[in-house]
Design a protein around this ligand. Structure first.
Ligand SMILES: *Cc1c(COP(=O)(O)O)cnc(C)c1O
Length: 412
């Protein structure tokens, strides 16, 4: 079949190429709310793949809150924040988000966004515009989330920012680079919890370097907010650090169970984002009903129920760490609800995901470019709604699958 126009032809070729490399991705539509069981194509699967760590995405109190929010505020915001879309519901949420970090960031103010991706693009590009063109350096952790990478690329294109990558497990090199740097503005950018590995950034050490070399420290705590720290305030609470040079980013579609994200930083830096953060300025405000729902979610996170849910999650993590020693599969040293099993090739990861599917589990294979080439994996995640029995069953199934894979390899 010959195609009449170039875009179609090129797209078909490229997609066929992805398919050959086992890199073609496929959408699956769920027929059920996000929870530990998911109905897909009429089949019920045990799901260990969402980021709904506290199990709040289908929480009855939040379902009620979103209905209540819609009754009070309607369904749409109607405009961007600086026109007429900014609601008291957003302000109430932002005040509460700032209160979560106030012991860690002096004069903290928070700004709510519709997504984490947009938040990262906004913050990185806007802060890069604080310094004269070409006099800004950005130090970005190698395994950072795609949205940070894209924010850094955009800052590099718009503001001529110099970009250096660093290995978060080896920060001495970063220290050397910072020492030699004469830029007007330096910015260190890192995931708090690395999203595909589950390990933590050395934020204490990074803050020390930021203090020594007068840099901003931007921490994207998408997988720590709600989960880390006694009250679920995130990685700054867990590590007990405080500085006005921290820019804290949290997302609200993961542990908080709803949608959206925020930046929390010194109020002057937030004021700058409102003035110059283009994706913030030129995007319709999130429906206030969502902000209303999130305020309720923060109450749960901070209260006894949140503490109980975090305790359950930590219990699951302990069981996993105790039980998975048997396995030859390469694991990452992670103390969070993200527990990857590295399988290497795309084919190995796809095979394991397929065997899990046949056993009634939903754990998709994660492949490049989401993870480095040759480190395709199963990214297993826990939710506080999983029981210990759910997890032990999964472990038994994984043992069987590993044996089958070893058998298959020795037969070949
Ligand atoms: C999920 C994620 C984001 C993006 O947040 P969304 O609200 O889903 O757009 C940003 N950073 C990290 C580290 C993430 O894992």
């Amino acid at each position: 079949m010959t195609n009449s126009f170039s875009a179609l032809r090129l797209a078909q070729d490229q997609i066929a190429d992805l398919d050959l490399q086992l890199l073609k991705r496929k959408l699956k539509a769920t027929q059920s709310p996000c929870d530990t069981k998911a109905v897909v194509n009429g089949r019920e699967l045990k799901a260990f793949c969402s980021n709904d760590y506290l199990g709040l995405a289908n929480h009855p109190d939040l379902i009620q809150a979103i209905a209540e929010g819609a009754k009070i505020y309607g369904v749409g915001s109607g405009a961007s924040h600086l026109i007429s879309g900014h609601s008291v519901a957003h302000e109430i949420l932002e005040a509460k988000l700032a209160a979560f970090q106030k012991q860690h960031i002096p004069d903290a103010r928070a700004l709510f966004f519709s997504t984490g991706y947009l938040t990262n693009l906004t913050a990185i590009t806007a802060f890069a515009r604080l310094a004269p063109q070409g006099s800004i350096s950005i130090y970005s952790a190698k395994l950072n989330h795609a949205s940070l990478i894209d924010g850094v690329r955009l800052a590099s294109a718009q503001s001529n920012a110099r970009v250096s990558l660093f290995d978060h497990e080896e920060v001495n090199t970063l220290s050397e680079l910072l020492k030699a740097d004469q830029s007007d503005l330096k910015m260190i950018v890192t995931d708090g919890v690395f999203s595909m590995d589950g390990d933590l950034a050395p934020v204490k050490k990074l803050l020390e370097l930021a203090e020594q070399h007068d840099a901003l420290l931007l921490v994207d705590d998408a997988h720590g907010f709600g989960v880390l720290g006694k009250q679920g305030h995130g990685i700054l609470e867990q590590e007990n650090i405080c500085s006005e040079r921290i820019v804290y980013i949290g997302t609200l579609g993961k542990a908080a169970g709803v949608s959206g994200a925020f930046v929390c930083a010194h109020e002057t830096l937030i004021e700058w984002l409102i003035q110059k953060g283009r994706p913030f300025i030129y995007s319709t405000a999130t429906p206030p009903a969502i902000a209303h729902t999130l305020t309720k979610s923060l109450d749960i996170i901070e209260g006894d129920e949140g503490a109980n849910r975090r305790a359950q999650l930590n219990q699951l993590i302990r069981i996993w760490q105790d039980e998975m020693h048997f396995s030859q599969w390469e694991k990452v040293s992670s103390c969070t609800a993200i527990q990857p099993v590295i399988l290497g090739s795309n084919a190995n990861a796809l095979l394991a995901a397929k065997l899990l599917d046949e056993a009634g589990y939903w754990i998709p294979a994660i492949r490049p470019p989401t993870v480095p080439i040759g480190s395709a994996r199963l990214r297993i995640t826990f939710s506080a709604n999983h029981s210990e029995a759910d997890l032990r069953q999964l472990i038994t199934t994984l043992k069987t699958i590993e044996q089958a894979a070893i058998q298959k390899a020795s037969d070949e």
